[in-house]
Design a protein around this ligand. Structure first.
Ligand SMILES: Cc1ncc(COP(=O)(O)O)c(C=O)c1O
Length: 443
């Protein structure tokens, strides 16, 4: 298919420079395994699991078959006041995979909805316990929790916030970012910082608001969208302790780290820390059908059910028409079965070591490379920005890689590779060599 077989006048592309795109369209028309076919008949290797979603690779028959079967059995049914069998089975499977007593799954359709859902659960939970005054949220600089008003407010990527002014939630504060240029090169380790970045939380942020007013702290275990920034050693454990000390809920946004990216079920397992809520999306259905969700600890559900209201009264006024959509749930069940059967999470961990080795041995010393970070099956190379035009160098490199048949992800002046868990060494070599050529070309 040639791209002029369709008009580009109507589709407004998300998080994309639309003016540039119209001059140089990048349109996929097919995908299988690790590879896309483009509108002009070229092959492009998927170096980013299509935005961290396609862990099991493209066009997986067990997932496609489960979706088809579900469509022919129960295509959709109302989500409110009734439910469907697939939603219960998917929720059970997800709860079994989650650590600790993270047992209660609220489904939604995206990571953004998961963020807003988790913030709303936090407020409702505290109110149910008679602590409705706890309504301050704390996120982190450069955090990404999607594009809803809640997620945007606790998020900390300036470009995503700057035009939305007073529409952002009030009573939100942010932890400092987790990057120390002293630890610019990280290879599958947890950097040990000289100073404790959480002292600021204890000594400044919490006293400022009074901890008794804080509802929840939300962080990504590894900062994904900002460019794969890895927390210092012990950071998440200490965050858990601080939250426990002050009765603050801890939310892990695992939209990227959930379901295998670090070689474990969740980032919570990787770091040995159980949050009060765990947000997921993306890989849960292999990206094939939209789905997100929040896994809550028992105590949150129990508190909300402990009400004197008559039985016909809804306990939590929240939900989406497509919460627990039967086709999405069938896709999730088939995806998670496939990932378990093929031990894909373990494979992600093993292939991650190869990816990290390739990043560090290939990029160190190349022009403008100021940092390299690898953990799990994801790695980032950070580049010095072109003076006066931040983000341009990485974007130009992204375009060049695409032309050469490799899909990589620019994030500011960082370029990230996070391939599907089925990746082979030959793909890693292709992705890393292509990126190295482009870094040199754009020096
Ligand atoms: C950590 C995190 N939270 C939330 C989101 C938003 O997810 P969605 O785009 O599905 O709304 C993303 C998307 O990349 C993410 O990485």
């Amino acid at each position: 298919m040639a791209y002029n077989d369709f008009t580009m006048d109507n589709h407004w592309l998300p998080f994309t420079p639309n003016r540039q795109f119209r001059k140089e369209p990048r349109v996929f028309v097919g995908a299988d395994g690790m590879e896309f076919t483009t509108h002009d008949g070229r092959k492009v290797v998927d170096g980013i699991s299509s935005l961290w979603c396609v862990g099991a690779g493209h066009n997986r028959k067990p997932i496609n078959d489960a979706i088809t079967k579900q469509l022919n059995t129960l295509d959709y049914s109302t989500a409110f006041q009734a439910s469907n069998d697939q939603a219960f089975i998917a929720a059970q499977k997800i709860a079994e995979m989650a650590p600790g007593d993270l047992n209660r799954v609220l489904f939604c359709n995206s990571g953004s909805e998961a963020a807003d859902t988790s913030l709303k659960v936090a407020l409702a939970y505290h109110r149910a316990r008679g602590e409705g005054h706890r309504n301050i949220f704390i996120g982190r600089e450069k955090g990404y929790h999607g594009v809803g008003f809640g997620g945007m407010s606790v998020g900390g990527i300036p470009a995503n916030r700057k035009v939305f002014g007073t529409a952002l939630l009030p009573r939100v504060d942010h932890l400092r970012f987790i990057h120390d240029p002293k630890h610019a090169f990280i290879h599958n380790t947890e950097p040990v910082w000289d100073e404790d970045p959480l002292l600021e939380l204890e000594n400044r942020i919490l006293p400022l608001h009074d901890p008794s007013n804080v509802a929840a702290i939300i962080v990504e275990p590894v900062a994904g969208s900002a460019g794969w920034y890895i927390p210092p050693k012990g950071y998440l454990k200490r965050l858990r302790e601080i939250c426990d000390k002050h009765g603050i809920l801890l939310i892990f946004d695992e939209v990227i780290t959930g379901f295998g990216r670090l070689g474990t079920n969740f980032g919570a397992d990787f770091y040995g820390v159980v949050p009060d809520m765990l947000n997921f999306a993306k890989c849960v259905t292999n990206g094939v059908i939209p789905m997100g969700g929040v896994i809550c600890r028992d105590k949150l559900y129990d508190a909300m059910m402990k009400t004197d209201a008559p039985e016909h009264v809804i306990e939590f006024f929240h939900g989406y028409t497509y919460s627990g959509h039967p086709v999405a749930c069938a896709a999730a069940i088939a995806t998670l079965d496939l990932m378990q059967k093929d031990a894909l999470f373990q494979r992600a961990g093993e292939m991650g070591k190869l990816l990290g080795n390739a990043f560090h041995s290939t990029f160190k010393g190349l022009p403008n490379v100021v940092g390299i970070r690898s953990l799990g099956l994801a790695a980032a190379v950070e580049l010095a920005p072109i003076a006066g035009t931040p983000g341009k160098r990485a974007f130009d490199i992204y375009l060049d890689c695409f032309k050469k048949g490799a899909l990589v992800r620019p994030a500011g002046d960082v370029v990230v590779i996070a391939p599907p868990y089925i990746v082979e060494k030959s793909h890693i070599d292709q992705l890393v060599n292509t990126l190295a050529d482009s870094i040199k070309k754009n020096a």
